[in-house]
Design a protein around this ligand. Sequence first.
Ligand code: FES
Length: 617
Amino acid sequence: MTRHHLISFQPSGKRVPTAGRETLLQLAHGAKLPIESVCGGQGTCGKCRILIPLAQGRLLPPTEKEISALGNLIEKGYRLACEMVPASDLTCTIPEASLVSGQVILTSSNCRPSRLKPDIMDFSLEIPPPTLSDPASDLSRLIRAFQKTYGRQVREIDTLAMREIASAVRSQKGRITAFLWKDRELIDVRAGNDEAVFGIAFDIGTTTVVAYLLDLRSGREVSVASAMNPQVPYGDNVISRITYCLEDEKGLEKLRSILLALMNQLIDRLCQKAGIKNSQVLEATVVGNTVMHHLFLGLDPRSIALAPYNPVVRSTGPVKARDLRLHISPSGYVVPLPVKAGFVGGDTIGVVIATNPHRKSAMTLAIDIGTNGEIVLGNRGRLLCCSTAAGPAFEGGHIKWGMRATKGAVEKVEIDPATLNVRIHTIGNRPPLGLCGTGTISVVAALIRARVITSHGSFNPAVSHPRLRPGDGGTEFVLAWAGETGTKNDLVITQQDVAELQLAKGAIRAGITILMKKMGIKKVHRVLLAGAFGTYVEVQDAWTIGLIPSDLCSQVESVGNAAGAGACLALLNRDKQAEAERMAEKMEYVELSVDPDFNELFIDGMLFDAPVPLDKS
Ligand code: FES
């Protein structure tokens, strides 16, 4: 008989039996304890750290991965949940910083449609009753009334709308409201004058999901709802999610169903808040990177992980909501914006149709930074795009004390160049738990300005200070001492952390340089920073670390959640959907890895530019 052990997770107190086959990470996820797992349980990110009192149980010695990821934290009782398969009863504590929790989610889309032209239009009709001399069917009389009143042809009718006709035409003396999709398909029929028609625009990010409820008659944003992407515990980046699909035969269906469940919850939440029925939502648009696009549609994403990184499909066109099990009106439509390539998705297309570089003569550089950095460069003549494998450093990943932008994350740091005194600002004004992406950039920028970090990224050997000390993997700088932090450990930035940031920004800089070279230009007229990172990062910090070339800085503009704005615009104006399809065709994709100059530019891009004052004129 299999002997079961009992695992107790603190501080929640949840107890989980195990036969000793699953890792602590799997057990925690099974118990709905969302431990971070940036690498998807590969033992490389170090984010699933848990505390196990040293004197406890029959613990196997730390694995090589644990030693590499945790260093001297092992002596304090830290272990990696993804590496530990418990062989006895165990009590462990999940530190706050290891839990996936309420990240600050950027919801402002700045969506301002210049024109309303939704797919769905409502029409009030009076349907005459049948007579013995004209015993035409209800549908025939409805089609005739349409033709007579509005001069329009109904070419198709959804089965569910057909089922509504009989009661609708009889309950209010033949007065009905009919809803036509793209001027051809009857998708809803309601008794009387019920013209309310809504749509929902989804922005599915790897980390967060945002949903906007829009009134399709007025274009008004009724409300917004957002949540963490429930796939996060299965890996913080798209490659980990693909790996999960490859390793578990039910992985794709699982990732799709938990995403869908969340989207349906967001729909319910939005509808309840607005006091409307789900059936009054007749269309949804969706933007997301190519992996999110595929997982939402239930398409196998494995080809995206392997050269030449092609998607299964680039454009699906509209899909019936019932086919996707999305809980808006089943006869309504879902319009996923098309993707361009394996790593340039519908979110980038959304940024393009929201910011319109293709309509202007000014040369525009749009950068959307997440785990990957998507870059678009061009104007009305030509548009280029690429994706850079920036890595997770900009989201706090692969940084020793990196974390998401949640409460307790350091978001800004000031360092006095004379004394090296540190002033820390955290989200929620909590004692610091770790560094989010913008916090990491702020620290490195402050250390560059204080000349503690050299242009090559190494700690300056000429600086001697108690905060600068040898650590596990080289020199480290202490930002806060154990007594000042929420983890009761010294909060440090290590040489390895700086190197991770250099890799990330080197990739972005190389991408910018290659696109400018391909375009044959030396200057751009405007730089747009999209997404949460682009909204919260201080431009001066981005410039100090050399993320943006210094001569472009005065034209930098933050454009908020431009991908989400693109989804909203596509919902409110069908011409924008057509524009998205055209852009997905027309934009030229540049594969950086095959550019002969990439390696050299990447290495150059890792250097920090000399810190001189920023000209804000
Ligand atoms: S190290 Fe455990 S999930 Fe990454």
